[in-house]
Design a protein around this ligand. Structure first.
Ligand code: MG
Length: 487
């Protein structure tokens, strides 16, 4: 063999070897989305946000491998409204969902609104939900009619049942005799009731049921892009936990329940990994509103923020938010920029290329924040609406201007114990300006020092009032839409 021929054969061997090792070009697949939504979990209830007396290693691992937000807000500080905001990208008062819908309520999420599930279906996603829905209990309002292919969960809160908050049947001397008329709490699969949650025995298994559904859903749909919404009923009272976690924390049943939810997060992560989906899945973990503090040892912690659930103070609305998406979100990072659950829908639209809803929404994409762009600041302002349509505060940058209003307070009264509530206090505030960077606890009104900031935030509020109205100032607003109704 000549020298040239020898070189040629070596070259051919190298080329063929190289060819064998060039991986076939992978078809880029849309990322899976797993959205884990807690109930009544406060800013301080996760290890990486300061929880003590119990561990949340799986949620903390999400934070270590992803991004942790410190100025992230639920759309409103109460269950139904908050969920309406999360799923539609709108301030909930824009779409007529206020407060917490009750078992006899005749309204629900309008079929004119577009949910995350409906939006992602346009890109071929399989969509599943497990847990608490709370956007209308009649069939026309249930998840399957709002873009979900599968559903296993409750139509509303786990305390809307003919039992006391601690799970005892309503007795003769109950302070809540009206609850006797509540129907048994239904566990719904698809559109059908498959079980009644009669007492704590079944309540104790809810987190387990939801987790089993979630794991099964991922295993069954591993080959398609999927959107899985896990809306835990916990840690809303009554707190239920399986025997595996009972007594395991140093914070009573509340800590035990957080440990079980953390286990659930771990099961979801394990299942993603087992199916090779870890890298192509965006996992988001957050909560609907702050802790229900008058339940004392059965309530969570705001981590020092003021007040709790049902108030527009920081403890009611600021929530942990953790997002993990390997290769996209820089691991172990913290984002201090302003953002909200209403931003999740437009963020997912940008990620997947799905069209935004036709009707006006309020969310902005926070994808640049997730990708670690330090200069990005997509959300400039946030409106704190509460009750039917009251603009109680606005935030711009690190300033929060609170408008005169009365509110239920957890201060100055003793909370309950053992799963039963203590009384609320009622309080009122005048106009107040808080610098949330120096004073996250909202204790020092500095409006006299910064009149120009007050004027600037008043303009933000005027814009909100013109658009959405405001009961506190008697403004009607131009752009609110009605909820869905049944006759
Ligand atoms: Mg809640």
């Amino acid at each position: 063999m000549t020298k040239t021929a020898r070189w040629m054969s070596v070259l051919l061997i190298l080329i063929s070897f190289g060819c064998q090792n060039i991986p076939a070009k992978k078809k880029s697949k849309l990322p899976n989305i797993v959205l884990i939504f807690m109930d009544d979990m406060g800013y301080g209830d996760v290890g990486s946000y300061g929880a003590i007396n119990y561990q949340t290693p799986n949620i903390d691992q999400l934070a270590a491998e992803g991004m942790r937000f410190t100025n992230f807000y639920a759309a409103q500080a109460v269950c139904s409204a908050s969920r309406a905001g999360l799923l539609t990208g709108c301030y909930p008062n824009r779409i007529g969902i206020v407060g917490a819908l009750m078992p006899f309520s005749k309204i629900g999420l309008s079929d004119k609104e577009t949910t995350i599930a409906q939006m992602l279906k346009k890109k071929g996603y399989v969509t599943g939900m497990t847990g608490k829905w709370h956007l209308g209990w009649q069939k026309k309002f249930l998840p399957l009619q709002h873009g979900f292919d599968e559903f296993l969960g409750l139509p509303y809160s786990n305390d809307m049942w003919p039992y006391e908050y601690d799970g005892r049947p309503i007795g003769k001397n109950s302070k809540r005799p009206w609850k006797k008329k509540y129907p048994q709490l239904p566990l719904i699969k698809g559109n059908k009731k498959i079980k009644e949650i009669r007492g704590m025995k079944y309540m104790d298994s809810l987190t387990y049921y939801y987790t089993r559904f979630a794991v099964d859903f991922i295993n069954r749909h591993k080959d398609k892009p999927f959107f899985l919404y896990i809306a835990h009923s916990m840690v809303h009272v009554p707190l239920g936990v399986t025997d595996r976690f009972r007594g395991k924390s140093k914070q009573g049943i509340f800590g035990d329940v957080m440990m079980e939810v953390d286990w659930s997060v771990g099961e979801v992560l394990k299942t993603l990994k087992k199916n090779g989906l870890e890298d192509n899945t965006l996992v988001i973990f957050t909560s609907d509103n702050g802790p229900w503090l008058n339940f004392g040892d059965h309530a969570g912690s705001t981590g020092g923020l003021r007040e709790g659930k049902g108030t527009s103070w920081e403890g009611g609305q600021r929530e942990p938010m953790i997002a993990r998406w390997p290769g996209k979100i820089p691991p172990g990072t913290i984002c201090n920029k302003l953002s909200s659950t209403i931003d999740i829908l437009p963020t997912l639209a940008e990620i997947t290329g799905a069209p935004l809803p036709k009707l006006k929404i309020d969310g902005v994409s926070i994808l640049p924040l997730l990708l670690g762009d330090k200069k990005a600041n997509p959300r400039k302002v946030f409106y704190y609406y509460y009750r039917r349509n009251s603009l109680e505060a606005v935030r711009k940058g690190h300033w929060k201007l609170v408008f005169p209003h009365t509110y239920r307070s957890y201060e100055g009264v003793l909370p309950g114990t053992g799963g039963m509530p203590g009384k609320y206090n009622w309080d009122s505030t005048g106009l107040a300006l808080y610098d949330l960077r120096r004073d996250p606890g909202e204790r020092y009104d500095v409006k006299a020092l910064y009149p120009q900031v007050v004027a600037e935030l008043q303009k933000v509020a005027d814009k909100a009032r013109e658009d959405l109205g405001d009961d506190l100032t008697g403004k009607k607003g131009k752009n609110r839409r009605p909820p869905g109704r049944v006759e």
